[in-house]
Design a protein around this ligand. Structure first.
Ligand code: 8YV
Length: 325
């Protein structure tokens, strides 16, 4: 029997590509060309290859138009991400297209980046690095680049899913007090003493650091806007490793300029890889290029998850383990 054809939109780790090629007729993107941003090109390549599955990633143009135009041979969209905001899930359901993602395996790595950004914002690590690299450091000084400690601070986790809870564990080690806002309260064994807030206002007023872990999409667009920022304590910190669309960039820039928000750390951007230009001129914002899941271990595990899902549907006629639509 011919191996099912899988259209792979991005360059993946070598080991993942090798396993994909051993199991499937994998059409790889070894040069990491940017064609997956163009829905018409995804459709064209899927039709040309007779693809049974597409292995895509965040940022690929899996909108309603693209999905509706996919050739009938395509049965599954396996995204190399936990986030699915780049895929129109309703359009996928309407077309009978199975969609899978890669949960769990990236929670710790993403929490690590949230933790990194929290420390960079609190301790002005980016500013310090730029100073040294610019050859502008004139020596230790008692008042140079003083930041704030995280010890004893109240960490507010917006979205208390797997990533948020991993961050809570790390922050307990820094003796932070954990607060969270979530659709609903989680079970006590998952809460481990974290304080649940049932209103945005109460949550925002209570915390010293906000770490955002909510999904993208219309429902969360510009969740952190000027009104909500105004409800935060003066001097609070903001970190976002979820999706860039959840922040009103102009409002955050204004708050960073006024000092109402002392500092921020961002790993994700609305319209990335474009970055809201005003961030680039600000010293008090740490900017990373969407590194959340970028560890060797995690990217291998994400690849393994995609393969499990593709194998289940296309080779074993089973329900894929990480089905989201
Ligand atoms: C991915 C992410 O690496 O999984 C997600 O949702 O945001 C990242 O960690 C990226 O989206 C690649 O698809």
């Amino acid at each position: 029997m011919a191996k099912p054809v899988i259209l792979v939109t991005r360059k993946l780790p070598d080991g993942v590509e090798a396993r994909l090629s051993s199991l499937f007729d994998a059409r790889l993107n070894p040069a990491d060309d940017p064609w997956p941003r163009d829905g018409a090109e995804i459709v064209r390549r899927a039709a040309e290859a007779g693809a049974a599955g597409i292995l895509c990633a965040a940022g690929d143009a899996m909108d309603a138009r693209t999905i509706a135009a996919l050739p009938p041979s395509v049965r599954i969209l396996a995204t190399f991400s936990v986030g699915t905001d780049h895929i129109d899930l309703d359009a996928a359901r309407a077309r009978g297209l199975v969609v899978t993602n890669t949960p769990e395996v990236l929670s710790f790595a993403t929490a690590e980046i949230a933790f990194t950004l929290m420390l960079m914002a609190a301790r002005r690590a980016g500013e310090g690095e730029r100073l040294v690299r610019a050859g502008a450091w004139t020596g230790w000084a008692p008042t140079q680049l003083m930041g704030v400690t995280l010890e004893g601070k109240k960490l507010g986790i917006l979205g208390f899913g797997r990533i948020g809870r991993e961050l809570a564990q790390m922050a307990r080690g820094m003796r932070m007090e954990i607060h969270y806002r979530n659709r609903s309260r989680v079970a006590p064994d998952l809460e481990e003493g974290a304080i649940f807030h049932d209103s945005d206002d109460g949550f925002l007023a209570a915390i010293d650091v906000l770490s955002m872990h909510i999904p993208g999409g219309e429902a969360t667009r510009k969740w952190l806007d000027a009104e909500r920022i105004a409800k935060m304590k003066p001097g609070a910190l903001v970190v976002n490793t979820g999706r860039g669309t959840t922040v009103d960039d102009a409002a955050l820039v204004a708050a960073l300029r006024s000092g109402h928000i002392r500092a921020a750390g961002l790993d994700v951007y609305d319209g990335e890889p474009s970055v809201f230009p005003s961030y680039l001129g600000l010293e008090n914002v740490a900017l990373l290029p969407h590194l959340g899941s970028a560890t060797i271990e995690t990217r291998d595990a994400m690849g393994a998850r995609c393969i499990e899902n593709l194998e289940a549907l296309l080779m074993k006629d089973q329900e894929p383990p990480c089905r989201v639509a």
